[in-house]
Each structure stands twice: as structure tokens, then as C-alpha cells.
Write a protein that binds this ligand. Structure first.
Ligand code: SAM
Length: 306
């Protein structure tokens, strides 16, 4: 049933968007003294080796976070003259976070959402990680065990869509839920929306962050549209950020061979986002377009409401 392995995609442009938004969001939420419960409904393996077989098979990090680290060399005289880009604070925080998992100057390890979250937690905060894939859940358990975080972090080999229900509302009365399904099965699109709808009835004041792919599929387009409707109906604020790095069209070369572009774009939809997030993303997203964009179709959108 499960063929998706995040190790093939670790550090790609979608991870940059997701993890930068996650970091900025949790950094804000942990500024307040009171404890917070964090849930990662689709946690993955936790840590990824960029020099391992999986990551090298696709090399997606090369077109993702590695481009922020080493901007492509300037080719024309005008570009060479341009001052080096100073990264926006949210992007710099993200790059510093990834760097903190690596020896100085190297980039062998990429932290997934569980490790990014865990780094920001205080002793009083709790983290629950759901991962259903037998191998990834075992790897995640082993990776988390090394942190010796005790009862602060729990790995659950359960369906995250269903499993979240029993934890809401959390005793802390403050929560961040990250939902990052693989959308490997078509039903994930509907299930993520249903999960957020249910979660809002249990705990309307939680912060919810959903990653979704932007691909030519009606179910994918429906995700942010339906989440916006849920937020609006519940009277909650929302924010939607998207990043497109290349054309989504399937092209045919001179030999008549079809080329599929791979994931061209993705989005993050948040309900009850931190009030600081929009400004942080307004500074970061144009830089992401500049650094991660692969053709003239590269662009971002940023909208908020409620
Ligand atoms: N959130 C991770 C990160 O940012 O590092 C990446 C997660 S990856 C996109 C999605 C993961 O969800 C995969 O590891 C997959 O095995 C797992 N998965 C798929 N269906 C699931 C379900 N119903 N409940 C929990 N995990 C699931």
C-alpha cells in the first residue's frame, strides 16, 4: 500500500516551504510561557541522509534547500555585480536550523518535521508523532530514541487522520497540528480536510498547518478551497502561502518523448496562524522564488483572511 518514502524528497522545494513555515509558526507559539502540545499527523522518518541512496536517486535537495545555501553562480556581468542576497529572517532561521544538524560547512543530514519541532520545544511542551509506514515508523522511533526526550515525544504507529481525534482538546489548551500527508492515495485529499473539520469542532483555537501539492488534479485544488470554507465557517483566521518553482505542463521533445515536470508547486494552509506570519512570509517568499525558481513560471502567492 505504501510506496511513498519521504527520503526521496527530503530538502526539496516543498520541504523548504513547509519547514520554513513550520519553524516560523512554532517559534512564535513557543514565545508564550504556557506549554503547548504539538502533533505531526504524518511524521516520516525524522532524519534523512542527503548522501544516502534515497536522496541521491532523485537529488531533489539540490533543487531545494541546497540552492539557498549556494545560490547558482552568476553568469552575466550585471548579475555578478549584484550584492549577495541577505536572506529574510524566516529563511535564515530555517537555514540555521538545517545547519545545526550538520558539521560546519557540510550538508549530509536533513531534519524532517519531527526534529525541527523537537528542537523548538521547551521541557513543558509535548510532541506526538504519527507514522504508519512500518519501516519509517521504526526508523523514526530509533531516531527519536537518540534524543532521550523521554515522555516529551511519543511515536505512534497509527493513522494520523484518525489518531489526532483522541488528543483534542489537549490538556495544555494550546496546540499546533502539522498535517503533511503523502497524498499517495486519492482519499488523503478528502481525509485531511475532514480531519481539520473535525479538529475545529473539538478545539477551534488550535493552530492547524496543512501542506498540499499543487498539481493538475481537482482533489488537490479542493484542499485549500475547502479549508478556507472550514475556517470561515468556524470564524477563524487563515493564511495560505504557495510557491511555484516551474511550469506544470507536460512537454514533448523533438523526438516525441513526453517529459513530466515533477512536483512544480505546493502550498501551506494555516488556520489560526500567528499574527506575525504573513509579514515574515512576505519577506521570504520573493527570495524563494528568486533562489528556487527554475523557469519564468516561478511565483508565490500569499493571502490571509478571517
Ligand atoms: N512530515 C514529514 C516531514 O516534513 O519531514 C514528511 C512526511 S511524508 C510527506 C508523509 C508520511 O506519512 C510518510 O512517511 C508516510 O509513510 C506517512 N503516512 C501515510 N499515510 C499515513 C497515515 N494515514 N497516518 C500516518 N502516517 C501516514
Amino acid at each position: 500500500m505504501f510506496s511513498y518514502r519521504h527520503a526521496f524528497h527530503a530538502g526539496n522545494h516543498a520541504d523548504v516551504l513547509k519547514h520554513m513555515v513550520l519553524l516560523a509558526t512554532l517559534k512564535h507559539l513557543t514565545q508564550k510561557d504556557s506549554p503547548i502540545a504539538v502533533f505531526d499527523t504524518h511524521a516520516g522518518a525524522g532524519l534523512y541522509r542527503l548522501d544516502g541512496d534515497y536522496a541521491q536517486t532523485s537529488g531533489e535537495a539540490a533543487d531545494g534547500f541546497l540552492r539557498l545555501r549556494t545560490p547558482p553562480a552568476a553568469t552575466d556581468a550585471a548579475a555578478k555585480k549584484k550584492a549577495p542576497l541577505i536572506l529574510a529572517p524566516a529563511l535564515q532561521d530555517y537555514m540555521d536550523m538545517v545547519a545545526s544538524f550538520n558539521a560546519k560547512g557540510s550538508h549530509k543530514v536533513y531534519p524532517g518535521s519531527p526534529f525541527i519541532i523537537q528542537r523548538l520545544l521547551r521541557e513543558r511542551d509535548k510532541l506526538k508523532l504519527f507514522e504508519l509506514h512500518p519501516t519509517d515508523s521504526k526508523t523514526l522511533t530509533a531516531n527519536i530514541a537518540q534524543l532521550e526526550a523521554g515522555r516529551q515525544v511519543a511515536v505512534l504507529r497509527e493513522d494520523g487522520f484518525e489518531g489526532l481525534k483522541k488528543f483534542l482538546p489537549p490538556p495544555q489548551r494550546r496546540a499546533l497540528v502539522l498535517s503533511d500527508p503523502s497524498y499517495e492515495v486519492k482519499s488523503d485529499y478528502g481525509r485531511v480536510v475532514a480531519m481539520i473539520g473535525d479538529a475545529l469542532t473539538r478545539f477551534a483555537v488550535g493552530t492547524y498547518a496543512v501542506w498540499y501539492p499543487i498539481i493538475p488534479r481537482p482533489e488537490a485544488h479542493d484542499v485549500p478551497r475547502k479549508l478556507k470554507t472550514l475556517a470561515t465557517k468556524a470564524g477563524r483566521s487563515w493564511l495560505q502561502a504557495t510557491l511555484t518553482v516551474k511550469n506544470s505542463k507536460i512537454t514533448t521533445d523533438a523526438a516525441g518523448e513526453e517529459h513530466r515536470p515533477g512536483l512544480p508547486a505546493s502550498g501551506m494552509f494555516l488556520i489560526n496562524p500567528p499574527h506575525t506570519l504573513k509579514a515574515a512570509l512576505q519577506a521570504a517568499l520573493p527570495q524563494m522564488v528568486e533562489l528556487l525558481g527554475q523557469d519564468r513560471h516561478a511565483q508565490f502567492t500569499l493571502e490571509a483572511g478571517g
